[in-house]
Ligand binder design. Structure first.
Ligand SMILES: [Ca+2]
Length: 396
């Protein structure tokens, strides 16, 4: 219990700042740039018994957003400002890779997620999600793919465009998840225009499911429904910046930012409505209710699988099933931007049965979390001088 209380003290202090950081998650406070990823002396004294080794693989990354592991070693990292960089196993950071599509790097927009094609070893195809510019001030989430050559992406093509484009700079999502049966899930947000999340004629607030070339699977739930977007898999989501396949069930899990309160984990099922903005555990930043909200539940709308009443500001998601660290087995890791922690949810089947807060001493906005091929966790910190970190339990 003493360890829990030691963790809770800084947690409570941070929670007060959470509501302000969740929605404006792309804008790190100016003071964050001065924070080094080193534990201060007092924080180190609070280090829990199950200590973690944190190694900085690379730093100097501008608001890094997504990371992928190259089979030949090293990493691909997106920077929200619009760069894709190769980070060597030795931590060297390449010049920006050429051929990346132009992005709208404003507000929460920019270059977002990166994923390797399942057949990357042969195809060398890299998938990127990003805020694509449109006419005038319009922008929308899009997904492009290109073949990775030494220092460029070749044969780049856009395989998905969120419809319609809007002139806001909020809630672009987005994460990319491939499935073993050959589909690609794309998570998106409502673009800050709440009612769009309930409008099936738009891709706002949806999870989309496409083939790797962007074509629509015939068994998608809204194929053939007049006025609906055929790529839509589930809808009524607010802003989804975390997604992963559950390795034990094969199902997609996502999370999304609530407004002020009400960050959610969902297990999106085909054709289901996840409720935003009609049902939510959160309220507006002003302290007023969400105008469209009727409460926390409504027939025909799926309740969250897990909900945080105080918003951590969730980003990045990874299930842990590597045998090398048994204490982490059956965990779901989630990054926290506003609360500046790594969250570990313990699972029993699909049920969330525990929650542990880690790495608060870093005071870092955690944008992405992945399990690497070596069984360690890899994190990206959201900062103008952001880092790629490797985290593993201390040996012995
Ligand atoms: Ca919901």
């Amino acid at each position: 219990m003493s360890r829990l209380s030691q963790i809770m003290v800084p947690f409570l202090a941070l929670a007060l700042a959470a509501c302000d950081g969740t929605d404006r998650d792309a804008a790190a406070p100016a003071s964050a740039a001065a924070r080094a990823p080193d534990a201060s002396a007092p924080a180190a004294a609070q280090r829990p018994a199950d200590a973690l080794d944190v190694e900085t693989i690379a730093t100097g990354l501008q608001h890094p957003w997504g990371v992928a592991f190259l089979p030949e070693g090293g990493y691909l990292v997106t920077e929200r400002v619009g760069n894709l960089r190769r980070v060597g196993a030795d931590g060297s950071v390449s010049a920006p890779i050429a051929g990346v599509p132009a992005v709208v790097a404003e507000g929460q927009g920019g270059l977002l997620d990166v994923a390797l094609a399942p057949d990357f070893a042969q195809s060398r195809l890299v998938y990127l999600s990003y805020s694509e510019p449109g006419d005038g001030k319009l922008a929308g989430t899009a997904v492009a793919r290109g073949r990775l050559e030494a220092d460029r992406l070749a044969d780049v093509e856009v395989i998905f465009r969120q419809q319609p484009k809007l002139d806001t700079r909020h809630h672009f999502g987005s994460r990319l998840v491939f499935t073993p049966d050959g589909y690609l899930f794309i998570t998106m947000g409502d673009r800050g225009v709440r009612p769009t999340a309930q409008d099936l004629s738009s891709h706002m607030g949806t999870v989309a499911r496409v083939r790797p070339d962007g074509s629509v699977p015939e068994d998608n739930p809204f194929v053939g429904r007049e006025g609906a977007q055929p790529e839509t898999w589930s809808y009524g989501h607010r802003n989804q910046q975390g997604a992963a396949l559950n390795p034990w069930t094969g199902q997609l899990w996502t999370h999304e930012h609530g407004p002020r309160g009400g960050d959610e984990v969902n297990i999106p099922q085909a054709g289901r409505n996840y409720g935003w903005p009609i049902v939510t555990h959160g309220i507006n930043y002003s302290g007023q209710p969400i105008p469209e909200a009727v409460g926390r539940e409504q027939d025909g709308m799926e309740p969250p699988h897990h909900v945080w009443e105080v918003s951590p500001g969730v980003s990045g998601m990874a299930f842990y099933d590597d045998p090398r660290h048994p204490r982490w087995q059956r965990s779901l890791f989630v990054g926290a931007l506003a609360q500046r922690q790594l969250i570990r949810l313990s699972l029993d089947g699909d049920r969330v049965v525990g929650e542990e807060r880690l790495l608060g001493e870093l005071q870092a906005r955690i944008r992405d979390v992945r399990v690497g091929p070596d069984g360690a966790l890899y994190l990206l910190t959201d900062d103008i001088n952001g880092s790629l970190l490797r985290v593993a339990p201390t040996e012995g």
